[in-house]
Design a protein around this ligand. Structure first.
Ligand code: KIV
Length: 279
């Protein structure tokens, strides 16, 4: 049986840190699940790292459902959370519930949406029908990008107070955890100590109850943006390009494929064939 929302909540109570990684496709999701990552997040960052958009704004429900279905076929152990994309939950509560339901039908165990207290009513409505929700405050790529660009959040007393209040209201609305994106580490720690549910940080310091990274950043596969918080555990893109160059060279030199890579006819069948075609 894979992890449940309650298992993730319990991890905070037991003082265990929570590992979260984004996943969008079957092959990498299988490896993340095998590695024992607690939560696979089908983030709308898929728009950038999988589809090549400049930001997450163009991502659609159809795309998120497709990624979620692929990841759900791969996971056996982790909890699976999927992002509601831009404008799939902001227009009406009915829309939000319908779209949250689509992600659950696609295989997610819970959904994530961006926004502080302004989203509390929507979150309550989704939670009330039985769909677990992860909140997301601090830098909210779907909208912060429109006004401020990538900026650390909670650097002044007033913005810090706003974030703390948002976190409390999201907890009251029923979220089971909150992602804190690019929040100053002092504020992230205060929020983590103030609320009972787990915080999952990205660029928000070690005081959070868990951490999330975009899998392509961790593996060193996405070079377009290199945020300081995205620790690279390897430089996979270098190895991939090297391997592809080796393949291209082998093809050009006629050394690939070789006998171990091809299939043969029975000799007697081949002889009959040669006789038939007169060669
Ligand atoms: O879309 C995403 O990948 C996210 C995480 C970075 C938190 O929302």
């Amino acid at each position: 049986m894979h992890k449940l929302v309650q298992d993730i909540i319990n991890m905070k109570k037991e003082g265990k840190k929570i590992s979260v990684i984004t996943s969008y496709d079957y092959t990498l999701a299988s490896l993340c699940d095998k590695a024992g990552i607690d939560v696979l997040l089908v983030g709308d960052s898929a728009g950038m790292v999988m589809l090549g958009y400049e930001n997450t704004i163009p991502v659609t429900m159809e795309q998120m459902c497709m990624f979620t279905e692929a990841v759900s076929r791969a996971r056996h152990n982790s909890l699976l959370v999927a992002d509601l994309p831009f404008m799939s939950y902001q227009v009406s509560i009915e829309d939000a519930i319908r779209n949250a339901g689509k992600l659950i039908k696609a295989g997610a165990d819970a959904v994530k949406l961006e926004g502080g207290s302004v989203m509390a009513e929507t979150i309550s409505a989704i939670v009330d029908i039985g769909i677990p929700v992860m909140g997301h405050i601090g830098l909210q790529p779907q909208t912060t990008m429109l006004s401020q660009g990538y900026k650390v959040q909670g650097k002044t007393k007033d913005t810090a107070m706003r974030l703390i209040q948002d976190a409390k209201e999201l907890e009251e609305a029923g979220v089971f955890s909150i992602a804190l994106e690019m929040v100053s580490h002092e504020v992230a720690e205060i929020i983590s100590d103030t609320i009972n549910i787990p915080t999952i940080g990205i660029g928000s310091g070690v005081g959070c109850n868990g951490q999330v990274l975009v899998v392509q950043d961790l593996l060193g596969m996405y070079d377009k943006i290199k945020p300081k918080f995205a620790k690279r555990y390897m430089n996979l893109s270098e190895d991939i390009v090297k391997s592809l160059e080796n393949y291209r060279n082998d093809v050009q030199a006629g050394v690939f494929p070789s006998e171990e890579n091809w299939f043969s006819m029975e000799k007697k069948e081949f002889d009959k064939l040669r006789e038939e075609i007169g060669s």
